[in-house]
Design a protein around this ligand. Structure first.
Ligand code: SF4
Ligand code: SF4
Length: 383
C-alpha cells in the first residue's frame, strides 16, 4: 500500500469541497454496544428506520460487520453548513418561528453531500487505478456512499476517524469548526485504516465539565451526557412525530416549527464557528425566523413550491402547520387570535386540535392540561 494513499484520499475530499475527512476502521466500537438497549427502551420513539434489522434479527446500524462483511474502512467526510445568521438563542423574536439551521439550505443537504461523496469515490477509484493498489480490497472492490441512510451510526465512525468528538449533546464537534457539520460516509472494502502509519486517532473529548447543552435543553431530552431520549427532543417532535404532540411537551417547544438548535447554539465550541463557503447552504427566502401565520395557513401547492428539495418536507404539511400552531400559542402574541380561531375549524383534525390548545394558551394566564378542571373550563374560549 502506498503509505500516502489516505493522505491523497483526504485531498480528494478537500477538492470535492469537504472541510474535514478521516478514515475509521470497521470495529465494534464501545459506543455501538449501547444502541440495542436504547432501541429496546424505545427512546427512538416512532423512528422505525432506526429499528431496521438484518435477516438474523440484529439491528443493522449496530452491525456493520454483518450487514457489509466486506467492509474494512469508513471514509468519513464533513462539511460546514453554518451561515452568518444569529443563533436561535440570540434572537427574541418569539412571534416568529424557528427552522433548524441545517434545513434553511437552498439544496437538500443529502443531495449536496452525496454529490461530493461521489466525487471522492471517483477520485479514489482513479487513485487506485493509477497506483495499482487493488490487492488492498477483500474480494471485489466495494464502495458505498451514504448520507444518513447507511447501515451505521455516522457520528461514531466520525469520532474514530478523528473528525470530532461526540459532545454531550450527541453532536460531532470539531475543535476548529464547531458542530454545524453534515456528515457523509464511504464504506469501502479497502483496508485503509489499520495501517499503523496512517490510522486516524479518535478525536479527544473536549466537553470537559461543561453541561450547557444539558441545562439549556427546554425538554430535558439529554438524559445523560451523550444520550438523548428522542421522544422528548423538539427535533424529533417537530420533524418525525406524526399526529398529536403530547400535551405536556407543547409549551416547552417554544417557537420551534422544524428542528431545534438550542443545544448547539449554547455550545462554547460554536461561539466562533466559521460560516460555510458552500453557496447551497445559504438560506432560502423567508426561512430564517419565518412568520408563523404564513406557515400555519400554508396550502399544499405553496408547501410544495417553497420546500421543493428541502429537508422541511419531512415534517409534511400537516406537521409543519401543527408546529406553527403550537408556536403561535407559545408566542404570547394576541395578534394570532383571529388566525387561531379560524384554525380551530381546520379540515385537518390535528391542526384543529393544536389550534384549540394554542388558543387556550394565548387567552389564559396559565395553561392547564385537558382533563383537569381548569382545562375543562378553558375550552369555553374555543368558538
Ligand atoms: S435539539 Fe433541542 S430539544 Fe433536542 S436535545 Fe437539543 S436542545 Fe434539547
Ligand atoms: S455545550 Fe458543553 S457539554 Fe454540551 S456539547 Fe458543547 S461543550 Fe459539550
Amino acid at each position: 500500500m502506498s503509505p500516502d494513499l489516505p493522505t491523497r484520499i483526504k485531498q480528494c475530499a478537500r477538492d470535492a469541497g469537504f472541510d474535514l475527512c478521516g478514515i475509521a476502521p470497521t470495529r465494534d466500537f464501545a459506543e455501538l454496544q449501547v444502541f440495542p438497549k436504547w432501541i429496546a427502551d424505545r427512546k427512538h420513539g416512532e423512528m422505525k428506520y432506526m429499528e431496521a434489522r438484518d435477516e438474523t434479527g440484529e439491528l443493522k446500524r449496530a452491525a456493520l460487520a454483518r450487514v457489509a462483511p466486506w467492509a474494512r474502512s469508513v471514509v468519513v467526510c464533513a462539511i460546514n453548513y453554518n451561515t452568518a445568521h444569529p443563533y436561535s438563542t440570540q434572537t427574541e423574536a418569539t412571534s416568529r418561528g424557528w427552522i433548524s439551521r441545517y434545513a434553511w439550505s437552498r439544496e437538500d443537504y443529502h443531495d449536496a453531500v452525496l454529490r461530493r461523496l461521489k466525487q471522492v469515490e471517483d477520485g479514489l477509484r482513479g487513485l487506485l487505478d493509477s497506483t495499482g493498489n487493488w490487492p488492498l480490497a477483500t474480494g471485489n472492490l466495494h464502495f458505498r456512499s451514504y448520507v444518513d441512510t447507511g447501515p451505521l451510526i455516522e457520528r461514531i465512525f466520525a469520532k474514530y476517524a478523528g473528525v470530532g468528538w461526540i459532545g454531550k449533546n450527541t453532536c460531532i464537534i470539531n475543535q476548529q469548526l464547531g458542530s454545524w457539520l453534515f456528515l457523509g460516509v464511504i464504506i469501502t472494502s479497502l483496508d485503509l485504516a489499520d495501517h499503523h502509519l496512517t490510522a486516524d486517532l479518535p478525536a479527544p473529548d473536549r466537553c470537559g465539565t461543561c453541561t450547557r447543552c444539558i441545562t439549556a435543553c427546554p425538554t430535558q431530552a439529554i438524559i445523560a451526557p451523550g444520550e438523548l431520549d428522542a421522544r422528548l427532543c423538539i427535533s424529533y417532535l417537530t420533524i418525525e412525530k406524526r399526529g398529536e404532540i403530547p400535551d405536556e411537551l407543547r409549551a416547552a417547544m417554544g417557537r420551534h416549527v422544524f428542528g431545534c438548535d438550542i443545544c448547539q447554539d449554547v455550545c462554547p465550541w460554536n461561539r466562533k464557528a466559521p460560516a460555510a463557503s458552500a453557496e447551497e447552504f445559504e438560506p432560502r427566502e423567508g426561512l430564517v425566523n419565518p412568520t408563523l401565520d404564513w406557515l400555519a395557513e400554508m396550502q399544499p401547492e405553496e408547501f410544495r413550491k417553497v420546500f421543493r428539495g428541502s429537508p422541511v418536507r419531512r415534517a409534511k404539511l400537516s406537521g409543519l402547520r401543527r408546529n406553527a400552531t403550537i408556536a403561535m400559542g407559545n408566542s404570547g402574541d394576541k395578534k394570532f387570535l383571529p388566525t387561531l380561531i379560524k384554525l380551530c375549524e381546520d379540515s385537518d383534525p390535528v391542526v384543529a386540535e393544536h389550534a384549540r390548545w394554542a388558543l387556550a394558551t394565548l387567552t389564559s394566564e396559565r395553561y392547564s392540561p385537558p382533563g383537569s378542571e381548569k382545562g375543562k373550563d378553558r375550552t369555553s374560549v374555543v368558538p
